[in-house]
Design a binder for this molecule. Structure first.
Ligand SMILES: [Cu+2]
Length: 329
């Protein structure tokens, strides 16, 4: 199976299909405009060439058809903006519309060049944070001590890893510590600027877990002819962020292919394997925010609801994030 790599990435959110529809309509509309205006431009180049029109005339500037065309374009653009874009934007950027009585509320604090994900803990209340308490190594959002604010006692801050359940509204209260960033999760069709001094709500609901997203993104890769040599090395290097999506003998599902695996597969006569991104749901910064912008990326870990509760109950235990271990897909 070939994932739709030439067009939009797979959509794993409840609202994404509506965003995709508007993107599709806009592309078709722009294609029609491009052909129409391009043809008119070519016509004008020939019709009003200097050779045939040595003397300027202002007669044609008053022609009705061009005015009509302008009016039609303005009407269509107004319908797209007022009829489609603004309602979708207004609906999805505000509080969840109440179809989920129990949304997961999370604060996301962007900074150069990381994402701090602040969970309120079982009490559902966020502890206060103060700029003067910020310590990049141990307290990136400046959370106060539990003695100062009891709500902070069970709070949990995860750096660059956003744990979330599927099939539940997730309300993100988005802000920034320094400059303007943009919280973008392409697979969830989420993108919102993070502005210092403001807290902007945005919400979404994932309909697939990471494992299910991997199933949507898997595709077959032909293995190099020989398990050794330059071609094999390049293959391993290029696919170091992908994992196998089935058991291939002793190379189990979920393995990252290494040189040893290639030899095993080759010995077993296997010529192609199904691979998917190891970290399918990336968080990217979509606003050029400084020299380290390119490495401002996190990952979402979307679980089944009960698995999420299990994680949440033990949140706060050591979590190590290695940014070299994943990349944009
Ligand atoms: Cu950024």
């Amino acid at each position: 199976m070939i994932a739709s790599s030439f067009w939009l990435p797979p959509d794993i959110s409840a609202h994404g299909s509506q965003i995709d529809i508007i993107i599709k309509y806009l592309h078709w509309f722009m294609a029609v405009l491009f052909v129409a205006w391009g043809s008119y431009f070519l016509y004008c180049l020939v019709r009003f060439r200097a050779g045939a029109n040595p003397k300027a005339t202002y007669r044609d500037a008053k022609a009705k058809p061009s005015k009509m065309a302008e009016v039609v374009v303005i009407i269509i653009e107004a319908i797209l903006l007022v009829g489609f874009s603004i309602p979708v934007w207004a609906y999805y950027r505000s509080e969840p519309p109440g179809n989920d009585a129990n949304p997961l509320t999370v604060r996301v604090v962007a900074q150069q060049f990381a994402w701090n994900i602040h969970y309120p803990g079982p009490d559902g209340k966020f502890g206060k944070s103060k700029p003067e308490l910020v310590d990049e190594a141990i307290n990136p959002i400046g959370l106060v001590d539990a003695s100062e604010d009891p709500n902070a006692a069970d709070d949990y801050v995860s750096v660059n890893i956003f744990h979330a359940p599927k099939d539940r509204d997730i309300l993100v209260r988005l802000s920034s510590k320094d400059v303007i960033h943009s919280f973008a999760v392409p697979l969830l069709r989420v993108k919102q600027d993070a502005v210092p001094g403001m807290e902007i709500p945005i919400w979404f609901k994932a309909e697939k877990t990471n494992a299910e997203a991997q199933e949507m993104m898997k595709r077959a890769f032909a293995l190099p002819a020989s398990p050794e040599g330059e071609e094999a090395e390049t293959f391993v290097k290029e696919n170091r962020l992908r994992v196998t999506m089935a058991d291939y003998g002793s190379v189990r599902k979920g393995s990252t292919l290494n040189a040893e695996h290639l030899k095993t597969l080759s010995a077993a006569g296997i010529t192609s394997v199904e691979l998917a991104p190891g970290f399918p749901v990336n968080i990217q910064c979509a606003q050029l925010c400084g020299l380290g912008h390119y490495r401002m990326k996190g990952q979402m870990k979307i679980y089944e609801p009960d698995e999420f509760e299990e994680w949440y109950a033990s949140a706060g235990e050591e979590e190590v994030f290695d940014e070299d271990e994943f990349d944009d897909e």
